[in-house]
Design a protein around this ligand. Structure first.
Ligand code: AMP
Length: 300
């Protein structure tokens, strides 16, 4: 199977993309109306949905593989959602390469790729939802990226209403986001099962991320310390109080340009607990230059 050669034009300020024509059964659609036409062709089949912001890597592809195991039709969306970026420069610099993405997706035999042609295509149909999150959106990412989860909740709710899948796949790499999305589904989209998938890593342990593309070789070496710190904490988890672990391991972030947090929290409510038999995870966030990286690990 060969893809036709095409030119890619992306204008992020207008958030528009000139899509290529692809000779393959994979359908690429830019509008809700065309997506609905495609969905009608598969009305009796189970749909697995993998929302992404593009610049696809093996982490995204692993989500797609889980979707393929669980569902008959796999839909991937690629949309760099402006409302979830609290930092305009982060949005401007977010890597984007639709040609590479479509090449990768066609090798994975994805059925439908939804690349909204504009921000308005998604947001025009918005009916704001109220969601009770019991504080899981207020800590860690919620505290350090003000407004980020509001944008995530908005776009995921819209995509869920538009795609109406049976299953939706999200990475544990963004663990706090995964919990929030499970809450959205529980309250507003009861027919959608949200499935968390394990973090895919490089050989050296670095969690795959589209933002890794923005790191030079030295930065990449520094970034590997995130998983090293998490693993070190895991090895000491049963021997020390969490407060001490949080303090000592936050100190280890001092070589990063901006250490943001190192926190140990219970896995479903994200509250702090001391009882070592309660399931917990350690969460880490730091910036190398302007590039913000996060990771987390299961502790027990
Ligand atoms: P993004 O394109 O960064 O918004 O990510 C789209 C989805 O891929 C989210 O559910 C992420 O949690 C997930 N994801 C990102 N990186 C990884 C990874 N290294 N392993 C598994 N899932 C990931």
């Amino acid at each position: 199977m060969k893809l036709q050669k095409y030119k890619k034009k992306i204008d992020k300020t207008k958030n528009t993309v000139a899509l290529p024509r692809i000779r393959y059964k994979m359908k690429v659609v830019e509008t809700i109306s065309n997506l609905n036409t495609e969905l009608l062709k598969h009305s009796n089949k189970s749909i697995g949905f993998v929302p992404t912001m593009g610049s696809l890597h093996d982490g995204h592809l692993s989500l797609i593989n889980y979707a393929q195991l669980k569902s008959e039709i796999v839909i991937v969306s690629i949309f760099v959602n402006p409302t979830q970026f609290n930092d305009p420069n982060d949005f401007k610099n977010y890597p984007s390469n639709h040609k590479n993405d479509l090449d990768k997706l066609s090798n994975e035999k994805v059925d439908i790729v939804f690349i909204p042609k504009s921000v308005n295509e998604i947001y025009a149909s918005e009916k704001p939802l109220k969601i009770r999150l019991d504080g899981i959106d207020k800590v860690m990412e919620g505290k350090h990226r003000k407004g980020h989860f509001d944008g995530v909740i908005r776009v995921v709710s819209l995509l869920f209403s538009i795609v109406r899948p049976q299953f939706a796949f999200f990475g544990e790499k963004d663990y706090q986001q995964l919990l929030i999305i499970k809450s959205i589904a529980k309250e507003h989209f009861k027919s959608i099962e949200v499935i968390g998938c394990p973090t895919k890593r490089d050989k050296n342990g670095l969690a795959l991320s589209s933002r890794n593309l923005l790191l030079n070789e030295d930065d990449q070496k520094k970034a590997i310390n995130l998983i090293k710190i998490l693993k070190h904490c895991k090895s000491l988890f049963n021997n020390y109080d969490n407060t001490k672990l949080e303090k000592d391991f936050f100190e280890k972030l001092k070589d990063f340009s901006i250490p943001e947090y190192f926190e140990i929290r219970e896995i479903s409510c994200l509250k702090r607990v001391e009882d070592k038999t309660t399931k917990q995870r350690a969460f880490i966030a730091a910036k190398i230059g302007n590039i913000r990286l996060i990771d987390n690990i299961e502790l027990n």
